[in-house]
Design a protein around this ligand. Structure first.
Ligand code: GUN
Length: 283
């Protein structure tokens, strides 16, 4: 079998087109959706992500603001910036780029963002909404991964889904979304015994590990949908967690890296920001 490609460029373009139309409709009502990104320090990977987020805003007609803070920023200064953006009527979405420098308390900072401006969906209120299946903001990467899964047209209900990774950003919210789709969900992690035994049962396999070549052909069930969330750098080249060449011989569907889930993350961030701007009209 040769896997069909889930093309992040094509799928994210669909979302961006919808976002662009919604931005235009908002502008006609006098609202320009605005996204603020707070970047502390100069982590090179974060710099690239932040640049891509700004580009996405530009492409879809949104206002983009980047707040750059020095590596030595204190918790108080960071939280002061978040509170200023909470009050700013031009800003509908606030994102604190992670990871923060080690001396800063990530959870405390995220808790300061107004839940309705939390376009990352990381605030405890939004995490609670996802957990209980009520309406809130859904984290961008798992939301994008689910969009890709649904684009296969396959019935997800009752499927065995295995998520590798248990982070708050990807693994845990991904598991919740798959549960909502009526999948039978297993979350594997670094302490899982005999990982391959789990992954070989997966009709849907999501890898969010951060290790190049981690998922190999022998770990994948023939015909499975494989979603690669990893973004790794090997000899200057970007690659995912999945050994793309060998796994595409056995999987039914596969996402490439680059050009896969990463593009969806940005598209979903823009979509969450327009949602937030639209909510202000209803008030
Ligand atoms: N760092 C890596 N991924 C993300 C993300 O989705 N949001 C934020 N804020 N930081 C990240």
């Amino acid at each position: 079998m040769t896997a069909r490609i889930l093309d992040g460029k094509v799928l994210s373009a669909q979302i961006k087109d919808e976002v662009t139309a919604r931005v235009e409709a908002l502008k006609a009502k006098g609202v320009i959706p605005g996204l603020a990104v707070i970047l502390v320090g100069n982590n090179p990977a974060s710099e690239i992500y932040v640049r891509n987020k700004g580009k996405g805003c530009e492409e879809t007609g949104m206002l983009s603001r980047t707040v750059r803070l020095d590596e030595a920023t204190t918790q108080e200064e960071l939280e002061g910036q978040i509170e200023a953006l909470n009050r700013d009527p031009e800003i509908h979405g606030i994102l604190v780029q992670l990871p923060l420098p080690r001396h800063l308390d990530e959870n405390a900072a995220l808790a300061k963002i107004l839940p309705e401006k939390d376009v990352d969906g990381f605030h405890l209120i939004n995490a609670g909404h996802l957990m209980t299946g009520t309406e809130g903001v859904v984290p961008c990467t798992p939301k994008g991964a689910l969009y890709m899964l649904r684009s296969t047209g396959e019935d997800l209900s009752g499927k065995e889904a295995v998520v590798i990774g248990r982070s708050n950003i990807v693994g845990k919210p991904m598991a919740m979304l798959l549960l909502q789709q009526n999948c039978t969900v297993t979350v594997c992690h670094s302490r899982t015994k005999d990982l391959a035994e789990h992954t070989r049962r997966a009709d849907i396999l999501v890898s969010a590990v951060g290790k190049a070549g981690f998922v190999t052909k022998d770990m994948v069930k023939p015909g499975a949908i494989v979603i690669d969330v990893g973004i790794n750098r090997v000899d200057g080249k970007v690659c995912g967690d999945v050994d793309f060449e060998s796994v595409s011989e056995t999987a039914g569907w596969i996402t490439p890296v680059p050009g896969g889930v990463g593009k969806m993350t940005i598209a979903m961030l823009l979509s969450n920001t327009v949602d937030a701007a639209e909510r202000t009209l209803g008030k």
